[in-house]
Design a protein around this ligand. Sequence first.
Ligand code: FMN
Length: 382
Amino acid sequence: MVHLMRLARAASIADLRELARRRIPRFAFDLVDGGAEDERNLRRNVEAFGEVELTPRYMIDVGAVETGVTVFGRDYALPLGMAPIGMLNAFWPDADVILARLCKRENIPYVASSAASTTLEKLAEAADGNGWFQLYVSGDANVTESLVARAEAAGYDVLMVTADVPAAGKRDRDIRNQLSVPFRFTPGVLAQLAGRPVWSLASLRNGTPNVANYADLLSSATSYADVQKTLITPRFTWADLERLRERWKGRLLVKGILHPDDADRCARIGCDGIVVSNHGGRQVAFGPASVEALPAIAEAVKGRLTVLLDSGIRRGSDVIRAKALGADLVLAGRALAFGVGAGGAAGAQRGIDILKLELVRALGQLGTPCYATIDASVLSHR
Ligand SMILES: Cc1cc2nc3c(=O)[nH]c(=O)nc-3n(C[C@H](O)[C@H](O)[C@H](O)COP(=O)(O)O)c2cc1C
């Protein structure tokens, strides 16, 4: 009860993050909250959105505001979907299913991660037609093919292949926390659990999370290196992408694009879209913020690809900024994850409600009642 009152008082995604921080042991909170090395890109993603100014226009009828978008022939209620997040049940028990159901309820896309802590079949069921599948290309071609075949059989029709993990991100918080997959209960971890009883009891009931899609394969893994190699390869190249294009009959998106020439090449290969993304600042600490990379990329593939963006979405107005700079749809990762961490299913709902409220208010304030018609003319020119 007290907790629901706290959720109702949460005014922003930052408030939900703070509630989550107080409920979750540090090693699990840092797993989601942290970024690569000194976290420069993690901060930069959010700061760069703040630098994109939009100029309001007034005396326009904004009595009815429309937030719907059509992407890949499907109508969605909001220009916002859930980004793929691996191992999220370590953040909050059953987070994957909670978010997949939320996306169905809200009629927005839910992207199931290859590295999710729930199988892709269960997530397809929970997302019930709103699910897309994110693929990590494995070092073992049979593993990749098996994931693609399973995604096909489960009814996913959008495949999002992630390109931006040729080497694992170096996340200093996880190193300091001695985080490992498979998960180990060190004395330090046990001490943190004692301080977070609600999380600990819920986690105990749900069992230790793992990368569920690979559970059978990893039962014989003897080292972290084995695990990494099963999940992802440093040898994924354009030739592999071309083969994947041949193999996958549905819509194909490439996630993690930061250079206009890479975007152009995706279009020439016959992909349907890209996600301009720096993986939420978790991979490198020296690159551009996604929103900084967006305008040149959108220009390079205009009319040829559907352009998505993620990394740094924390406010409803960020969704409008991304559209003004050329994105058709955005994905939120941590914003909705913080909601789940703050209060399970009720917290996830609070997260989407906050973003929705901010988006609708900002559309009205800006004098742009229809999201779909927003273009660069709303940007401030000074
Ligand atoms: C804990 C965590 C795990 C992630 N796991 C994956 C993953 O399995 N596959 C993937 O393509 N991206 C993954 N991402 C990146 C997200 O899909 C997305 O690019 C990022 O969260 C966007 O930034 P934001 O959190 O600022 O919204 C992960 C992000 C986080 C925070």
